[in-house]
Design a protein around this ligand. Structure first.
Ligand code: NAP
Length: 291
């Protein structure tokens, strides 16, 4: 298929590479131009604007930071809406507001352009290995059309409902991992203070009921107090903001997510917002006097 990919960040760059490797034609666009070079070296075309990237594409993928960024790239000056062909499908793989997603889908549909929301989980590792979990919202025919491209990036692809349903599913994912990150951080702090060999502790418990992706992949960050990316704390806090807003509208209480939001505020205020989200352990370690 002819694919446009806009947003070559931590996630977007390896996802676009996997699309290329699967044999699709691809044109890339990134705000910071030098980030297009790796893809270009692998055979991707480059476009100066999102509008230009969208022009020839059947499927137009965005993987950007936050809601206003996607709105800018889709609807703003030189945006996708001014370049995309009638019948093409915009697939937004960023994690953003479900409400804004529905509003953008409405604006695009007035021009005969379709939209699917397809946020992902699985971290930078999943993006690199093409093993992301992809939560898809949209019309069945549109989802079927983009499936071959999604398959190049993920192994668990689930059509969960209409447009916006992918983003709500992603919120559920972020609420659950919020508690898990802080739970693992608290466990690691207790073990460090008790003077245990924490590598052995992780080995001992990771196959049991406490086992999780966070324990297996991020506990060592917390033990070593180094937090390479990964997934930025500030992006996870952005996701919790979306979840808390959706929950308030629906009348759902999220007490643990609200506390983790506060812990992340402290981590960001101390200058660690661009570290991996496992840096929530900084807060627990510091409060526990672990240097
Ligand atoms: P990132 O490394 O910060 O990359 C963000 C990308 O968005 C960059 O290409 C950036 O361009 C572009 N961008 C941001 N604002 C823009 C704007 N206003 N106009 C044009 N381009 C803009 O973020 P990421 O980690 O790849 O995350 C991307 C999305 O995936 C986020 O919604 C995040 O929540 C989600 N996600 C991330 C992970 C993870 O583990 N990292 C996992 C699951 C989901 P520049 O290069 O010019 O800055």
């Amino acid at each position: 298929m002819r694919v446009a990919f806009i947003g070559l960040g931590t996630m977007g760059e390896p996802m676009a590479l996997n699309i290329l490797k699967a044999g699709h034609e691809i044109v890339v666009n990134n705000r910071t131009k030098n980030k297009e070079e790796l893809l270009a070296a692998h055979g991707a075309k480059r476009a100066i604007t999102p509008q230009e990237a969208a022009r020839e594409a059947e499927v137009i993928i965005t993987c950007l930071s936050d809601t206003p960024d996607v709105e800018q790239v889709v609807l703003g000056d030189n945006g996708i809406i001014y370049g995309a062909q009638v019948g093409s499908v915009v697939v937004d793989m960023s994690t953003i507001s479900p409400e804004a997603t529905c509003r953008m889908a409405d604006a695009l549909s007035k021009k005969g352009i379709k939209m699917v929301d397809a946020p992902v989980s699985g971290g930078s590792e999943g993006a690199m290995h093409g093993t992301l979990a992809i939560m898809v919202g949209g019309d069945s025919l549109d989802v079927a059309k983009v499936l071959p491209v999604l398959k190049a990036m993920g192994t668990t692809i689930t059509h969960v409902g209409p447009i916006g349903a992918g983003q709500i599913t992603k919120s559920i994912n972020q609420i659950i991992i919020a508690g898990v990150y802080v739970g693992v951080a608290e466990g690691m702090a207790l073990g460090l203070k008790a003077g245990l060999d924490m590598e052995k502790v992780v080995q001992a418990i990771s196959q049991g009921a406490a086992g999780s992706w966070v324990l297996s992949n991020r506990a060592m960050n917390m033990i070593n107090n180094t937090y390479p990316l990964g997934f930025r704390v500030r992006l996870h806090q952005k996701d919790l903001g979306i979840a808390l807003e959706t929950a308030r509208k629906l009348g759902v209480t999220l007490p643990v997510a609200a506390v983790v939001d506060q812990i992340e505020t402290a981590v960001i205020a101390n200058g660690y917002g661009d570290e991996d989200v496992s840096a929530v352990a900084r807060s627990i370690r510091e409060q526990s006097g672990i240097r």
